[in-house]
Ligand binder design. Structure first.
Ligand SMILES: Cc1ncc(COP(=O)(O)O)c(C=O)c1O
Length: 461
């Protein structure tokens, strides 16, 4: 009998459990007030469903925990390093792999080496730490995603694609000598977790070749991106996922990676490249800030967990479940009339707070208002991705971000369908009383990455 059942199940059983503390609305109101209405400042025990990020929050497998036991802590040349290197190069055959404690350390090392005042880095959309690391060197971070990628409700299979005409125009205007690297983020986190097609990456590669500019991937969610290609790009449906990933790698000169996403690990990352001279300069910085080149910022056991995670993340059963379970949440909210970024991305559902709360202007932070309301109502912690995160510019001015979203990021292999059904119920109930929500103002903020530590207060009616 053929396997024709439609229900896509979690391709795993639960092996150990973590308790969730169920709080009351009053407890949550008090907790968020004490946190200055910044959800990053909450005690995680006061959160019921934590969708703040999918970064480092996933559940590891039995075989990853076995790897943790096997971890070899030799300072130099540990077998765990070689296991890690083999796993990384099986998917990303770059000549140099430089382990770091997480993605932003790879970014910091790379941009400190190649960026600086007067230079600019184009990307489809910079993630916040990527932008901050580019700007910290004095360089400019420029987002050139296709126009469809900026319209939350528009359906398009590859909304993360780079706008090739805009990229070429930009290089022409600035001059190739002012552009040390072109970046492509897969999937495009800040643009809604939307994928980039192989065809588009080939187009970016051709432009980079024409102007002799290196092309790097921000590859945090490479396996999810490859799954979308497998499902949506003509001619790719029969191809094994690792093959698609390798083609992506072959089109690039290097990559930064946070293993906290598609490494299926709780910590880790790497920087990889083919250029020997650049690798040497990066390794010199690595030794200064992270550690010896065969462990970087990681313990041997972390290297083992990543090595195993990279084998599991490209399994089709896992990716089918992963992408479907994110779409399950997004499709239910869309069907209920809640504005969400369409189509549903790989790791998260993005609520369009600007559309849901048209009475709150961007500079009163509709995304923050919605995120706080979801926490107060149901103990759900999401993350504002909008004017709080991107509105403050290096020259001190403030302007609305392109979109005001609330990201509900789904940790990998962590929550069940009934947890997600609860989230759907809470979001629907908050959306039903959207007109009652009020905006916020910032009462304290640091000079960069303000969303992590800013304090807010509600604007009185
Ligand atoms: C697209 C993207 N790039 C870079 C990073 C930074 O990685 P990390 O948090 O490991 O420093 C993230 C983290 O969320 C990300 O989503």
């Amino acid at each position: 009998m053929p396997d024709t059942f439609r229900t896509i199940i979690e391709p795993f059983r639960i092996h150990s459990v973590e308790p969730i503390r169920i709080t009351t609305v009053d407890e949550r109101r008090a907790a968020v007030r004490a946190a200055g209405y910044n959800l990053f400042a909450l005690h995680a025990d006061d959160v019921i469903i934590d969708l703040l990020t999918d970064s480092g929050t996933g559940a590891m497998s039995r075989d990853q925990w076995a790897g943790i036991q096997r971890g070899d802590e030799s300072y130099a040349g540990s077998p765990s390093w070689f296991a890690f290197l083999e796993s990384v190069q099986a998917l990303f055959p770059f000549r140099h792999v430089i382990p770091t404690h997480q993605g932003r350390a790879a970014e910091k090392i790379l941009f400190s080496t190649i960026a600086g005042p007067g230079l600019a880095v184009p990307n489809n959309t910079h993630f916040d730490t990527t932008r901050a690391n580019v700007e910290f060197t004095g360089a400019e971070a420029v987002d050139l995603v296709i126009p469809e990628g900026r319209q939350p409700s528009l359906e398009h299979p590859f909304k993360g694609n780079m706008d090739l005409d805009a990229l070429e125009r930009f290089i022409g205007e600035r001059g190739r000598e002012h552009i040390p690297v072109v970046f492509v983020t897969i999937t495009n986190n800040s643009g809604g977790g939307q994928p980039v097609s192989l065809e588009n990456l080939r187009g970016v590669r051709a432009i980079c070749d024409r102007y002799e500019i290196p092309l790097f991937l921000d590859a945090c969610r490479f396996a999810e991106n490859a799954w979308f290609i497998h499902e949506r790009e003509p001619g790719q449906a029969e191809r094994p996922i690792p093959d698609i990933v390798r083609e992506f790698a072959s089109l690039a000169d290097g990559m930064t990676m946070s293993a906290k996403k598609d490494g299926l690990a709780n910590i880790g990352g790497w920087l990889a490249m083919n250029d020997d001279g650049l690798a040497e300069r990066c390794r010199n910085l690595l030794i200064l800030t992270e550690g010896f080149p065969t462990y970087g910022g990681l313990a041997g056991r972390d290297l083992e967990a990543i090595a195993q995670g990279l084998r599991e993340v490209v399994e089709e059963d896992y990716l089918r479940y992963r992408i479907r379970s994110t779409a399950y949440l997004g499709d239910a909210l869309h069907a209920a009339g809640v504005p969400v970024v369409r189509p549903i991305g790989g790791h998260a559902v993005y609520l369009d707070a600007r559309a849901l709360l048209p009475h709150i202007p961007p500079l009163a932070y509709p995304g923050q208002a919605l995120a706080v309301a979801l926490y107060e109502a149901g103990g759900i912690r999401g993350c504002e991705i909008g004017t709080v995160m991107f509105g403050r510019h290096p020259d001190g001015t403030e302007a609305p971000a392109a979109m005001d979203l609330v990201r509900l990021a789904i940790p990998r292999r962590t929550y069940t369908q009934s947890h997600v059904d609860y989230v759907i119920e809470v979001v629907r109930s908050v959306a039903a009383r959207a007109a009652e929500l009020r905006g916020y103002r910032i009462v304290e903020e640091p000079p960069a990455l303000r969303h992590f530590t800013a304090r807010f207060e509600p604007i009185p009616t």
